[in-house]
Write a protein that binds this ligand. Structure first.
Ligand SMILES: [Zn+2]
Length: 107
C-alpha cells in the first residue's frame, strides 16, 4: 500500500482537500460540529471547509481505514443524509476489510 498523500479530491463532483499530516490544520467548521473519528482523533471531516484530515502518524492501513471513514462522512454531507457513527464505523470496517483482504486497487 502506498502512503496517503495530501491532494485535491473530486468527491461526487465537489472539490475537497485531503490533508495528510501529523497535526490537523485549522478547520472552518465550528469545533462542536466537527465530525471526529472516535478512536482518539485520527481523522476529521470538515464539512464547511470541504476538507478531510488524516493523521500520518498511524500505520498506512490505519490511514486508509480512517480515510474511508471520513469519506463516508463527506458523502453524507454532500447528499444531506445522516448515518449514526455506529453505522459509519460498520461501513468503514466492511469496506476496508474487503478492499484490503482482496488487494483491490482501482488503478
Ligand atoms: Zn465518524
Amino acid at each position: 500500500m502506498k502512503p496517503l498523500k495530501s491532494r485535491t479530491l473530486n468527491i461526487m463532483g465537489y472539490k475537497w482537500k485531503l490533508i495528510v499530516s501529523r497535526k490537523p490544520p485549522p478547520f472552518k467548521e465550528p469545533p462542536d460540529k466537527l465530525v471526529i473519528s472516535p478512536d482518539t482523533h485520527h481523522g476529521y471531516c470538515d464539512r464547511v471547509g470541504n476538507q478531510i484530515w488524516i493523521c500520518n502518524n498511524d500505520t498506512v492501513e490505519h490511514q486508509y481505514s480512517t480515510f474511508i471513514h471520513e469519506l463516508i462522512h463527506a458523502i453524507e454531507t454532500i447528499n444531506d443524509i445522516k448515518l449514526s457513527e455506529h453505522k459509519v464505523l460498520i461501513f468503514e470496517a466492511g469496506l476496508f476489510q474487503v478492499l484490503h483482504a482482496n488487494k483491490i486497487k482501482l488503478y
